[in-house]
Design a protein around this ligand. Structure first.
Ligand code: ZN
Length: 361
C-alpha cells in the first residue's frame, strides 16, 4: 500500500496527502462536533454541526496547504526546485530540493508561510463579523487556526520557520555554519524551557518540545556535515579495491566473504556490468545454496565519482542504504559506505583543528 496519494496540482506544484491524514481528519471532525464555540460547533443543531465540523476540518488542511504553497512559490522565484507539498498528521511540508543559502533569500522563503497564514487569519476575522451565526462561527474558527499556525511557526527554533528566520538574521553577520549552530542552540534552550513549562501546565508542550529539540539538532548536524563533507568528492574517499560477487555464486560463498572482508554489502557484477547489490540483510533468511542472482537487491542507486561526499551521504540516509557503488559507464570503479564517510568527516574535522588544509577540501 502506498503511504501517500496525490490530491491535485496547483501552480504546477503537486499536493499529496499522507494516509495518516485520514485518521486526523476523522478525529478533527469529531473534536469540532463536540466542542462548543469558538473552537467547535457543539451548540449547533445536528445537520449543521456535522457539516460545519467537516468543512472546518477540511479547511484546516487548506490553510496548511496555502502556508506551504506560499513558501514554495517564493522558493521557486529563487530557482529552488519544489518537488511538491505533502500534508500529513503533524501538518505540512514543502519538499524542496534545497533551501536558498543567501540570508535575504532564506528569510523571504521562511517568512512567506507565516505571512500567508496571518493574511488569511485577518481576512477570516473580518469575515467572521458577517451577521450569520453559521458563517460567523466558521470564520472565527478559521481565523484562530491560521493565526495559531503563524505564531507556532514563528517560534525561533528549527524545523519551524522562525528558526530559519533567526538563522538568516545571524548569517548576515557570520558564516552560515556558525549561524546554524547558534540558531540550533537557541532552539534547544527554548525546547528545554517549553518542556519544563509543559510539566506544570500542559503535557502537550512536552511533546512539542521534544519535536523542537530534535529538529534543532538535526538541522545543525546536517549543515555542519555539509560544511565538512560538501567540499570533497566521492572519488577522493571511495574504496577502490572493491570485492565483487557474480549472480551465479552461492549465498554460502557470500557468507564466507562477509566474515573474511567484514564489508556488509557487495556489488553483484555480470560481464563487467553492475546488476545488483547483496547485503547482509538479503542473505539473512536466504537458503545457503540459493543463487546470489535470486536473492540480491536489484533496486540499486549508484553515484558518480564527481558527486560530493555530502550528497552521497544524503542519498544513503534518505534511501536507507549503507553503501553506494560508484559507477562510470556501467562499470563499478569504487564503493563508498556510510561508515567510511562518517570516519572521513571525523578525520577532516581533526585535520581542520590542526590547521591542515588540502587543496580541494
Ligand atoms: Zn512554514
Amino acid at each position: 500500500m502506498r503511504a501517500s496519494f496525490k490530491l491535485f496540482r496547483i501552480f504546477g506544484i503537486s499536493v499529496e496527502a499522507h494516509i495518516s491524514l485520514l485518521i486526523l481528519l476523522g478525529l478533527l471532525v469529531y473534536i469540532f462536533s463536540v466542542t462548543p464555540t469558538p473552537y467547535g460547533f457543539a451548540d449547533f443543531p445536528t445537520p449543521y454541526r456535522i457539516a460545519l465540523s467537516f468543512t472546518a476540518a477540511i479547511s484546516l488542511f487548506i490553510s496548511i496547504m496555502l502556508h506551504e504553497l506560499s513558501h514554495s512559490l517564493v522558493a521557486r522565484r529563487y530557482g529552488v526546485k519544489v518537488r511538491g507539498i505533502m500534508l500529513f498528521i503533524f501538518g505540512g511540508v514543502a519538499m524542496m530540493e534545497k533551501m536558498p543559502k543567501k540570508p535575504s533569500e532564506e528569510f523571504a522563503v521562511a517568512i512567506a508561510g507565516p505571512a500567508a497564514s496571518v493574511g488569511i487569519g485577518v481576512i477570516s476575522l473580518a469575515l467572521s463579523t458577517i451577521p450569520n451565526t453559521v458563517l460567523s462561527a466558521f470564520f472565527t474558527l478559521f481565523a484562530y487556526f491560521n493565526i495559531i499556525l503563524a505564531i507556532f511557526n514563528l517560534i525561533p527554533a528549527f524545523p519551524m520557520d522562525g528558526g530559519r528566520i533567526l538563522r538568516s538574521f545571524l548569517a548576515e553577520r557570520m558564516s552560515y555554519a556558525r549561524a546554524t549552530k547558534i540558531a540550533a542552540e537557541v532552539g534547544r534552550a527554548l525546547a528545554v524551557f517549553m518542556a519544563i513549562f509543559g510539566i506544570f501546565y500542559n503535557p502537550w508542550l512536552i511533546l512539542i518540545a521534544l519535536f523542537v529539540y530534535m529538529g534543532a539538532s538535526e538541522e545543525e548536524r546536517l549543515v555542519l556535515l555539509e560544511n565538512v563533507l560538501g567540499k570533497g568528492k566521492v572519488g577522493d574517499v571511495m574504496t577502490t579495491d572493491v570485492k565483487f560477487v557474480t549472480p551465479d555464486m552461492k549465498v554460502s560463498e557470500v557468507t564466507e566473504m562477509l566474515l573474511k572482508y567484514k564489508h556488509l554489502g557487495y556489488p553483484v557484477v555480470d560481464n563487467g556490468k553492475l546488476v545488483g547489490m547483496i547485503t547482509l540483510k538479503d542473505i539473512i533468511n536466504a537458503d545457503p545454496d540459493a543463487r546470489v542472482g535470486d536473492v540480491m537487491s536489484r533496486d540499486v542507486v549508484t553515484v558518480r565519482p564527481e558527486v560530493s561526499a555530502f550528497e552521497a551521504l544524503k542519498i544513503m540516509s534518505e534511501r536507507g542504504f549503507g553503501r553506494l557503488p560508484v559507477v562510470v559507464d556501467g562499470r563499478v570503479v569504487g564503493i563508498v559506505s556510510r561508515s567510511d564517510l562518517v570516519r572521513v568527516k571525523e578525520i577532516l574535522e581533526t585535520l581542520e583543528v590542526m590547521g591542515w588544509k588540502k587543496r580541494s577540501w
